[in-house]
Write a protein that binds this ligand. Structure first.
Ligand code: TYD
Length: 423
């Protein structure tokens, strides 16, 4: 697409209610007033704050100003972090850019918080211009004009409310309404929307149908039994979703109907006669199915695949633990992978004995976990060797800290890599 696509922020790229509601609650508590209920809180989205404090909480003008100051202090410290980027926004922006479109944000929000949000969520590098309300010039029409160069080519304004659509019409550009934000179909159509999109993905489908999606990413997560992998993978997923990536989760062995059946055989404690090579082949078989059925299609479609264990588990457990050797395990897996490898692998690094103690405190160990101590020592060593050999792919995280510290260390590394790859 040869031209510009301008986006409204709140309700179009990001969802802001969580931060707004927490801010209003906090302000009410600080001022010793009753905390408003859900119904009242909902009305705070949209109108100017000071006005809402007077109108919905019965404050005097003086009190409302004080309330606004308290609210802003919190917002600038933590409130803006409580925004969410709508799922699929990143994929849509990248695809539009790939099609040749130039992207911008046009918002009634002041420039300070606008910049904080766009920078924090790593959206700034995808945008060529950001135009915010300045005193007296909050009209969308003017903001749109300000955002565009001379002869901009085809221009679309994308937004969720009537102000966005009316502004587009007055500025003489195309209007695309999104129905997943704070406005509805009827509001958007009656105020000039030419097209409607029910999701961020649909915006790209409408504006650049010929352009394929940009490739997403493939992340795997590795660690010894009890390393806290289950908890951390959930944090990873939730955080990536808050940032607007569409996450497809899967686990190994399993993740497909056939793979889950193979999983049952592998983890069944009655299968004590299973030879090591059988075990390695079964893991590879489940993986072959997962790669083709889930991982490749999702990554091609611009999504982020998050896999709980992948081929490094085989290298560590079967190659190291069972002593088949890492090279043999790699060979067995070659046809299963056929070139598909994680872009990054989060490795939760923890001493296996501490990890297993944690693990057994939670539930009964399975067949693999029941193996002797030498098995776990070798597995841990194999992981260490793999991480050292591929230091770029492995994101090593010290898992012997409290949960929050592990999450923070992990997220810093993952977000930096993913955002870098999007530029
Ligand atoms: P699971 O219950 O999923 O454990 P976890 O929550 O620790 O991932 O069981 C998976 C077990 O299978 C785990 O002990 C590691 C083992 N495993 C291998 O030995 N080789 C492999 O290739 C994979 C994927 C897992």
């Amino acid at each position: 697409m040869n031209g510009w696509v301008l986006f409204d922020l709140d309700g179009t790229l990001t969802r802001s209610e969580e931060g707004i509601w927490n801010g209003v609650r906090y302000t009410a508590e600080k001022m010793g007033r009753p905390v408003p209920g859900a119904e009242t809180l909902r009305r705070f989205i949209g109108p100017p704050l000071e006005w809402s404090f007077r109108e919905y909480m019965g404050m005097t003008p003086e009190e409302a100003r004080q309330a606004q100051t308290i609210y802003r202090e919190r917002y600038q410290a933590v409130g803006y972090l409580e925004n969410r980027v709508y799922p699929g926004v990143r994929a849509a922006l990248r695809r539009l850019r790939k099609s040749g479109a130039r992207l911008g944000v046009v918002t009634g929000k002041p420039i300070g918080p606008t910049r904080m949000i766009l920078d924090h969520f790593g959206l700034s590098p995808l945008l060529e211009t950001v135009v915010s309300a300045t005193d007296g010039h909050a009209e969308k029409e003017h903001l749109i004009r300000e955002a565009l160069p001379e002869n901009p080519g085809e221009v679309w304004m994308v937004g969720d409310r009537r102000f966005d659509m009316e502004g587009a019409v007055k500025a003489g550009v195309h209007a695309l309404g999104v129905t997943y934000g704070y406005g509805d179909e009827e509001e958007l159509l009656s105020s000039g929307a030419e097209r409607l999109a029910a999701s961020p993905r649909e915006i790209a489908d409408l504006l650049c149908p010929e352009t394929p999606w940009e490739r997403g990413a493939f992340l795997s997560m590795e660690g010894m039994d009890g390393s806290g992998k289950g908890t951390q993978i959930q944090v990873l997923r939730e955080t990536l979703e808050r940032y607007g990536w569409e996450v497809v989760s899967c686990r190994e062995p399993g993740g497909t109907a056939i793979g889950e059946k193979i999983r049952q055989i592998l983890l069944d404690r009655e299968n004590s006669a299973m030879t090591d090579i059988t075990e390695a082949l079964l893991y590879a078989a489940a993986r072959a199915q997962l790669v083709r059925e889930v991982i490749r299609p999702a990554v091609t479609d611009g999504r982020v695949v998050l896999c709980d264990r992948f081929v490094d588990s085989s290298a560590a457990y079967q190659g190291g633990g069972r002593q088949l050797g890492v090279d043999l395990v790699r060979k067995i897996n070659e046809p299963a992978l056929a070139g598909t490898m994680p872009d990054w692998t989060v490795w939760l690094d923890i001493d296996h004995q501490r990890a297993l103690r944690r693990r057994c405190a939670v539930s009964e160990p399975d067949r693999i976990e029941l193996a002797d101590n030498g098995f776990h020592t070798r597995t841990e060593q194999a992981y260490r060797d793999l991480a050292a050999a591929e230091a770029d792919r492995f994101l090593t995280v010290n898992a012997d800290q409290d949960r929050e510290a592990v999450s923070a260390e992990m997220m810093n590394q993952v977000l930096a890599r993913l955002m870098e790859a999007e530029r």
